[in-house]
Design a binder for this molecule. Structure first.
Ligand code: NAD
Length: 480
């Protein structure tokens, strides 16, 4: 035990143990061994973190600081992240078997989250309305207060930074509770914020389980905003908890993304993105293209090329530069994905490739299945693993109907070389983001969020400003 890493809570810029000294084990899923321990937060630890964040907001310099100065400090944090990118990526790769190059990409994207929101708040402008009554009215965007942020394990640093960056940029103080499966990189980030010179209490990290640590911060009436990324089921509990003190919520939840490939698509491009959309990060992506619809005329040719590309992925150690696909992030999650794969066999699905690795690892190979009924669980429910369920379609109307026939609505993709069809179909798809002939590309100024079971609210650019501030109208008489 002596040589295990330890990840404590970060409170007032100090790394601390839980008040009762409790810890939990943190796993390396590729090696299938415990490599670290983390502080297991309870209600008293949540209280300590909220008290710190509250004091930093009510009395500290952060919300009162000029916008330029705050932006500079956030850029300093981003500089430190860039300088330590390998170290941070190593934590995520070790903690969830993310291929190292993908983990480095996540660090770069996290850096961009901080830089983007630092500049966005610095340069943001309000509006002034001259009124015929002899008044003018303007809008002001002041910080909202203490933000409780809760993040999942699939992009440990990136998802957390997507919440923390706009929260602190707009002058709030923040408590982040990372997933209990992946506490490492977020705790490290909390240490970097202290090193960057953040005032104590601006960014606190609370480690521990969803209950009691997570629920203790979402349900506390000293918290002014709750921003959550995770499963739809937990999202509903978080919303109910925040409702007890009427804190506005932003919920980024699960998905079952539709990927539609029309016969007139550039097939090389469509195959490339179909593979990225379901096998990157071993399919543990909320935005995964897990329901693939291919037009009849190219179905067999597309399937052959898709299967070949999936089988060409190199499965292995996340730190081997040749690896682009590794194990699932935990035993619990591996068991869940296995149950869907076995279920698909029992339900008569045709496996074109994939299945469960037989070497005792927590690997589910890139799996492509068709022939499942439209009410089969592996087709309808979020598997959150490298399992693509494929269906064929004849007409554009049918494709749109199939794509929209889900409780989820986070994202959709479509591949076509027909410009009119691209616009027409994109407009009809019921999803927060639609990608045409691409995937995963984001401009942080645009809204991000989901429809139905995929979430409540939008973040990104001015949408984040709306959520993380208290917009105020000031009306001033200008005639004497
Ligand atoms: P999860 O819902 O199990 O856990 C997410 C976080 O919530 C964890 O930190 C967990 O400890 C915490 N939590 C659990 N119960 C809680 C409670 N009662 N109160 C407060 N916090 C609680 O999700 P997960 O398994 O970590 O992540 C996978 C899910 O996240 C998938 O459904 C995926 O689609 C979704 N996700 C969505 C997005 C998006 O942007 N929409 C991005 C990434 C992941």
């Amino acid at each position: 035990m002596a040589d295990l890493e330890f990840f404590g809570h970060i409170v007032d810029n100090e790394e601390v143990e839980s008040i009762d000294g409790k810890r939990f084990d943190v796993w390396n899923p590729w090696k299938r061994e415990v490599w670290a321990q983390a502080a297991e937060g309870g209600e008293k630890d949540a209280d300590r973190a909220i008290t710190s964040a509250r004091k930093a907001f009510d009395e500290g310099p952060w919300p009162r600081m000029g916008r330029v100065e705050r932006a500079k400090m956030i850029h300093r944090l981003a500089d430190l992240m860039e300088a330590r990118a390998d170290e941070i990526a190593t934590l995520d790769s070790t903690n969830m078997a993310k291929p190292f190059e993908q983990a480095k990409h996540d660090v770069a994207r996290s850096v961009w989250n901080f830089r983007f929101f630092a500049d966005h708040q610095r340069d943001s402008v309000g509006e002034v309305y001259p009124m015929d009554s002899g008044h003018h009215s303007y809008s002001e965007f002041g910080p909202a207060g203490v933000v409780a942020a809760i993040s999942p394990w699939n992009f440990p640093l990136m998802m957390a930074s997507w919440k923390i960056a706009p929260a602190i940029a707009w002058g709030n103080t923040c408590i982040i509770k990372p997933s209990e499966d992946t506490p490492a990189s977020v705790t490290y980030l909390g240490g970097l914020a202290a090193e960057a010179g953040f005032p104590p209490g601006v960014l606190n990290v609370l480690n521990g389980y969803g209950h009691p640590a997570g629920s203790a911060i979402t349900g506390d009436d000293r918290v002014d905003r709750v921003t959550f990324t995770g499963s739809s089921t937990t999202g509903k509990a978080v919303m109910a908890s925040a409702a007890t003190h009427l804190a506005p919520v932003s919920l980024e939840l699960g998905g079952k993304g539709a990927n539609i490939v029309f016969a007139d698509a550039d097939i090389d491009n469509a195959v490339y993105w179909a593979v990225e959309a379901i096998f990157r990060n071993a399919g543990q992506i909320c935005l995964a293209g897990s329901r693939l619809f291919v037009q009849d005329a190219i179905y067999d040719e597309f399937m052959k090329r898709f299967v070949d590309a999936a089988e060409a992925l190199t499965i292995g150690d996340p730190f081997d530069p040749a690896t682009n696909f590794s194990s699932l992030a935990s035993k619990r999650h591996f068991d869940k994905v296995v149950s869907y794969v076995e279920g698909a066999r029992d339900l008569g699905g045709t496996f074109h490739t994939g299945g469960i690795a037989e070497d005792g690892s927590w690997v589910v190979k890139p799996t492509i299945i068709d022939g499942l009924a439209l009410d089969a669980a592996p087709y309808c429910e979020e598997i959150f693993g490298p399992v693509c369920v494929v269906n064929r379609f004849e007409t554009e109307e049918e494709a749109v109907h199939l794509a929209n026939d889900t409780r989820y609505g986070l994202n959709a993709m479509l591949f076509t070389e027909n410009l009119s069809r691209a616009h027409r179909v994109a407009s009809k798809l019921r999803a927060g983001t639609v990608w045409v002939n691409c995937f995963f590309i984001r401009d942080l100024r645009t809204p991000f969020g989901g429809v139905g079971d995929s979430g409540v609210g939008r973040e990104g650019g001015n949408f984040s400003r709306e959520f993380f501030t208290e917009p105020k109208a000031v009306v001033m008489q200008i005639t004497s």
